[in-house]
Design a protein around this ligand. Sequence first.
Ligand code: MN
Length: 235
Amino acid sequence: MSTDTQPAWVITPPARATLPINNRSQRFPVHRVYCVGRNYAAHAVEMGHDPDREPPFFFQKNPDNVLAGADVLFPYPSASSDVHHEIELVVALASGGVDIPVEQAVDCVWGYAVGLDMTRRDLQAEAKQRGRPWEVGKAFEYSAPCSPVYAAAEIGHPAQGRVWLTVNDQLRQEGDLAQMIWKVPEIIAYLSRLFTLRPGDLIMTGTPAGVGPVQRGDVLLGGIDSIGQLRVRVS
Ligand code: MN
């Protein structure tokens, strides 16, 4: 059989993960999803850690863990009975590189979104205790609900703004972008010394205090006042 009749792929390539763009029909292609741990002092304290400015640390979710849209259904995941919400600023990169200077880091940003770093806290706690990787706690299906991306060309580069989350209309999390221990340009510069950043990378920048469990039927509404909102129903 002649080779030129063969399809290019031995299996159908999986679809790329994407995010909608606020007020546009175009979409944002997702490459990697980086996450920053303990980036608000009050959250570090609530998790039993020192609030001092230690070097940032990172973990990743899978690109196809992104649950895209302003109003989404989050299926309660398997293997956990303690799934927590973490409301976070998400940075969407237009460009990347290595060893990006802090002063140039903001030039890499295409826009910003509101995201949730959903966490199987029981599995994460067990991993921490046993010195095991965090993937089972962090990088599961639909673990990264994310709002449409808001273009920096339209909203600028917000360094302050209230970050909040209600569950069934009750305020659970509250903070301000100005309280971030590591600011967005510093996070980009630091990450670019560890990884080659690429267009399409997302960075979840850490959560303020007030994390807690969700239950099936809960309605989560989160926002960053200088950016936008995200509504998630737990099913
Ligand atoms: Mn987080």
